[in-house]
Design a protein around this ligand. Structure first.
Ligand code: WQD
Length: 340
């Protein structure tokens, strides 16, 4: 089975490509390197000892995209490619809507023209907006997200639901990730965003290695056990496995299906800092700051449906993810110092 992975050199994409190759899938990657590096291709081959085609291009570029479909029979698409910075999306809404939606439209056109029937979409818990209840269930209402980034996920889910209605032979999985963290145990793959990280874990990682001074804890007056924000942090290797399980599910021709991919447990910011201190072996300095606009107090998943229908369970803990994430950060900084 040949799978086209858009954004396959990115954080979640690269870990998913490793999982696909290790499970015997053939893979074609398209990535424009907006938030990734071409060297990741070589690292995936080093880990898996398997080869795969990589096309460095933008998914919106229908000429380049169509070459892939002409050269290879694409059986399924996993669509990661998209802008994903919540804060940036507030200041650049048009870029976010154009990029994230147009790339999806380009893929849907190719599916129709070349007969690809299977589509896995990288959605997000952010579609639940300010959740009506916690944990969140897939049947809970998808409301207005708290950012243009989140709205692109809401809109693309709606587009795919409408596409599924008029294409009964399509099989579409909407995977709602909670908070992906951690790295591959090899230290070769992980999350290393350009500039100052927006997300908690990459920020803590840079404090742990001395690149940044201290963690700003955005608010300690939430209605949570220790007052700081609670999230469902899932190891990226577990998340990648979830994509392989979703592909297997699509082979049973389920039509459109929706799954939360999380651990089912919540961890606060302060708890996370303490896990990371255990992982790196030293204190992580932090300071309490004001709440961040748009943040919600608590978010974690009910994952019963993914467990029952996909056989999805998590093999790794939050502490495992902190250890793997720290290992990657240390190795990545060595590589950068060596100019690799
Ligand atoms: C987690 C917690 C912050 C940074 C977003 C998107 C989601 C996904 C992951 C793309 C919150 C607190 C954070 C910091 C802090 N996006 N925090 N200091 O906002 O839950 O989810 O990123 O893949 O779709 O919505 O993740 O890591 O930014 O924040 O105190 O420097 O950490 O307030 O409670 P978030 P996050």
């Amino acid at each position: 089975m040949k799978v086209l992975v858009t954004g396959g050199l990115g954080f979640i994409g690269s870990h998913t490509v490793v999982a696909l190759l290790e499970h015997g899938y053939d893979v074609v990657v398209i990535d424009n390197l907006y938030n990734s590096k071409e060297v990741v291709k070589d690292r995936i081959k080093e880990i898996t000892h398997k080869d795969f085609k990589t096309v460095i291009a933008d998914v919106q570029n229908e000429v380049e995209l169509e070459k892939i479909f002409k050269e290879d029979k694409i059986d399924a698409i996993i669509h990661f490619a998209g802008y994903k910075a919540v804060g940036e999306s507030v200041s650049k809404p048009v870029e976010y809507y154009e990029n994230n939606l147009d790339s999806t439209f380009a893929l849907l056109k190719m599916m129709k023209k070349y007969g690809t029937k299977n589509f896995v979409f990288s959605s997000s818990a952010t579609v639940y907006g300010e959740p009506k209840r916690v944990p969140m269930y897939e049947i809970d209402p998808v409301t207005e997200a708290t950012s243009p980034y989140g709205e692109t996920k809401v809109m693309i889910e709606r587009i795919l639901k409408d596409v599924a209605k008029v294409n009964p032979d399509y099989n579409i999985a909407l995977l709602r990730y909670f908070n992906p963290i951690g790295a591959h145990k090899s230290g070769l793959l992980g999350e290393d965003p350009n500039g100052i990280p927006n997300n908690l874990l990459p920020y803590i990682a840079k404090v742990a290695t001395g690149q940044l001074k201290e963690v700003s804890v955005f608010g300690n007056d939430y209605d949570t056990p220790d007052g700081t924000g609670v999230r469902d942090y899932i190891h990226v290797v577990d998340l990648a496995k979830g994509h392989v399980l979703a592909l297997k599910k699509l082979e049973t021709k389920p039509g459109l299906c929706i799954y939360n991919l999380g651990t089912g447990k919540g961890t606060s910011v302060l708890e996370m800092i303490h896990y990371y201190e255990e992982a790196c072996g030293h204190k992580i300095p932090y300071v309490i700051k004001e709440r961040r606009a748009g943040d919600i107090a608590t978010s974690y998943a009910n994952c019963d449906k993914a467990k029952e229908e996909l056989g999805f369970t998590c093999d790794y803990s939050v502490l495992d993810a902190c250890k793997d994430g720290y290992h990657f950060q240390v190795e990545e900084e060595k590589r950068k110092a060596e100019g690799k």
